[in-house]
Ligand binder design. Structure first.
Ligand code: UTP
Length: 290
């Protein structure tokens, strides 16, 4: 079955980016001229997704406003002869069929994904973590969808992380299938001992899941950090029927981390056709003066 639905969990508290995220969702933090979540929605759309559910919570209405029409603003821009900017603003609301639901308590990523059960129905679906922006010519979500279509199993986007960092991520048991594609048969969230580390491959930012994940999530008790962990539910899938891991191409930026936000801003600005050259000159001057 074709993957046409995606879920973007964006209901986290963003405590690593405080005080910026006290009233501003981290998913709405700007990278150059767009909020982070718009890059993620565009990646989903460029991967063939037509229907997107964004999981929000109290205080995140600003995300809904961003994907809504803004007739007053559009009229003002048209009257001012700024048709190109007006088109940019209006086109955001036409990217996809975007729906919203609130996660009523912040009980973890697994709990957030479980809020999507009715939206998803009986179809495979993509999950794009709301604070992971991935930039690349071949959209990461689309790479995972192709692996789902080829192998017929749920897929995780994976990357190798440094050994000293693995205790902050998940760790996967993988064996190679071809090129950058692996079979994944076990996983552990935030391994605390060397023995728990299955490999340095970790799930980063994207997956394609099958609807049987919802019954598993219902049965998944709180894990690391007292939260219902999506990884714990995916481990059940990996151990029973197996999953596919794709070491996707593209650069990932962690918008849940202050340094990650700075890296995203600098690198994406350097690639910007209108600003890139001037920004590069400016950066050279600044760095030389430090
Ligand atoms: P994170 O664990 O990075 O988000 O979750 P967080 O809880 O905001 O992080 P801290 O507070 O800085 O440690 C990854 C993704 O899952 C979403 C987040 O919004 C983020 O996009 N999430 C997390 C939810 O939607 N609900 C939750 O209960 C937890």
């Amino acid at each position: 079955m074709k993957v046409r639905k995606a879920v973007i969990p964006a209901a986290g508290l963003g405590t690593r980016v405080l005080p910026a995220t006290k009233s501003m969702p981290k998913e709405m933090l700007t990278i150059v001229d767009k909020p982070a979540i718009q890059y993620i929605v565009e990646e989903a759309v460029n991967s063939g997704i037509t229907d997107i559910l964004i999981i929000t919570n109290r205080g995140k209405g600003i995300i809904e406003d961003h994907f809504d029409r803004s007739p007053e603003l559009e009229d003002r821009l048209t009257a001012a002869g700024k048709a190109d900017v007006c088109e940019q603003v209006a086109s955001i609301s036409k990217l996809a069929n975007i729906f919203f639901i609130r996660q009523k308590e912040t009980k973890g990523l697994g709990h957030a994904v479980n809020c999507a059960r009715n939206f998803v129905g009986n179809e495979p679906f993509a999950v794009l973590y709301g604070d992971d922006v991935i930039i690349g010519d071949d959209p990461a979500c689309g790479q995972l969808i192709r692996a789902y279509e080829e192998y017929g199993k749920a897929v995780v986007g994976i990357k190798a992380v440094p050994e000293e960092a693995i205790s902050k991520y998940s760790s996967l048991k993988v064996s190679p299938l071809k090129d950058n594609v692996f079979e994944c048969t076990d996983m552990v969230e935030k391994p605390q001992t060397k023995e728990e580390v299955l490999s340095l491959y970790s799930i980063l930012g994207r997956c394609v899941l099958t609807p049987d994940i919802f019954d598993i999530l219902d049965q998944t008790p709180p894990g690391s950090g007292g939260e219902i962990q999506l990884t714990d539910a995916m481990r059940t899938l990996a151990r029973s029927v197996g999953m596919t891991g794709v070491d996707f191409t593209g650069k990932r930026y962690d918008m849940g981390d202050k340094l990650g936000i700075l890296k995203a801003t600098v690198e994406i600005a350097l690639k910007n056709p209108l600003l890139g050259e001037r920004f590069k000159e400016y950066l050279k001057e600044v760095v030389a003066a430090f």
